[in-house]
Design a protein around this ligand. Sequence first.
Ligand code: ATP
Length: 603
Amino acid sequence: MVESLSWDSLDYPLQPWIQTAIEVMGFQAMTAVQASTIPLFARNKDVVVESVTGSGKTIAFVIPLLEKIISEGANSASFKKGHFHSLVITPTRELSNQIQSVINSFLAHYPDDMPPVKSQLLIGTAQKTVRDNVADFLRDRPQLLVGTPGRVLEFLQAPAVKTSSCSMVVLDEADRLLDADFFKDTESILRTLPKQRRTGLFSATISEAGQQIFKTGLRNPVKVSVNSERRGPTSLGLYYTVVRPEQKLQNLISIFNHYKFRKCLVYFPTCMSVTLFYSFLQYLQKEKKVVEQDLQIFSLYGKLQTASRTKTLDTFTETPSQAVLLTTDVAARGIDIQDVDLVIQLDPPTDTSVFLHRAGRTGRANRTGKAVTFLNEGREEDFIPFLKVKDIHLKSIEIKSEDFSLEGDFYDVFKGWILEDRARFDLSVRSYVAFIRYYSNHSASSIFRLQSLDYVGVARMYGLFRLPRMPEITRYFQDVDIKDGWIVQPPIDMDRYAYKDKKRERARLEELKNIEKINDKKKLKFELKKKNMAWSNKSQSKEAKAERKANMTLKRKAIEEQIAREEERENSELSKDWKDEVLSRKRKQMKSTNELQGSFDDL
Ligand SMILES: Nc1ncnc2c1ncn2[C@@H]1O[C@H](COP(=O)(O)OP(=O)(O)OP(=O)(O)O)[C@@H](O)[C@H]1O
């Protein structure tokens, strides 16, 4: 947000109540992206908007949507029941919620004596089924819908919901909505909407979507690219620090204890790692008193129920005291919390574009912020030149190491905490396994290579004392002196290692007894093997099955193709007609998709 322009400089006057809302929100001038986008999107142009995080993209689409609802009479009594005017799709429930709040803060100034304008949230929650959503929709008659792809799709498929009046659609965080995880749903939603509509795609990293952009039904789109030479806002300081994995948690605590910040987001690689480290940090703060006592620690990840996610985010946002939110990429995009002045990435994300989104949770709207990324010593340091090529420049920062007043070293304390309850060990193993999976999925695979990972150091970081038997790492066991996976000596007596939960412990002892009763050596070996089976092996066998199935399908296809080729040779005349038919169908198909897709020549 470097440039700013007066709201009066728009070539048409905004609705008076929208002007009032802007004044009340204290937005004295438009940001660059707003000045470029609002006149286009509100004036019947499709837009593809790329502008850095925190530059005000939300209002750049909310104002045109509200303006068009009024100018196209969607607020009048003649707008038919079961119809809606505009749709905003976002990848997360949190972001949908946030956009809905921005819309409502505008609508709070909408005059009472005008036919009402309403918006409705469509996200998956335990409280509201899609049937409830449809009932609310028919009762309240909102013109503007905001939601996540899964729920929106289900909603649009309800017979009572008519899509034919939808004249505007926005894909916020469009590159995410067009990636492999969401594409099917996004495409299905777009297919249900009229072709004669306005489409807006918004993201700080829209270019990442590549050719997928053209599958959204854009018609003569205009590309708005603000500050495209910079990959992040000027108010955001990007830093990295190089550490050994087992040092990371201590350095994190050191930041909590010694660095000045109001609110901090810490990104962890997986839901399980958030659960594990959240519990352990609580213990260190409450029992061991080595974490700043006034610091409030929260955790948020995708597997939690929506209500609990919303509550956590609200409490974190509203708390006046210093606070930390441990989270995953569920909170990487779009989330706008004013006081966040520090972001920490405990591990770089597997996808580089996510790096900018995570870091961009701070340094928003000209407020200063710092984002620090932890890198493991060694090969991961190549991530810095890798980012430089992408015009992302990080400076090195030294984190003061914490001098803990703990009995024993940090790892021993962690290990001791895990030994108190076998359930913690299970969680730690699962977190570690999930991390190894995560690591092997890095898009920058030449830098983040499993072969170069200090997997023993990582195990210590996760408080483990024995490495799980994962094929991904056991093949490197011979490189270091690891006997049967134990990284502590003497090994822990696993038979006597108990669950704190009585019921769970009884079940474990029962199972142990049953195994002892087995006289048959072969069966015993099988049971023990089953009991100790590596986590990854279990799913590996599922994966192996799926792979075998896929191979069989491929083989079958190859045989069928071979037969078809032979038949084709024999019946060349016959196949000519068939080929023509296929070709003409293909041509027709191409024609219809071309009509749909538009082109980037006009951008
Ligand atoms: N014209 C303006 N003047 C001052 N602040 C503004 C203006 N417009 C928006 N903001 C504020 O800027 C912040 C960031 O806006 P917004 O969340 O829309 O950013 P974004 O570009 O969508 O970021 P991201 O890419 O991270 O989703 C918000 O707190 C918003 O209230």
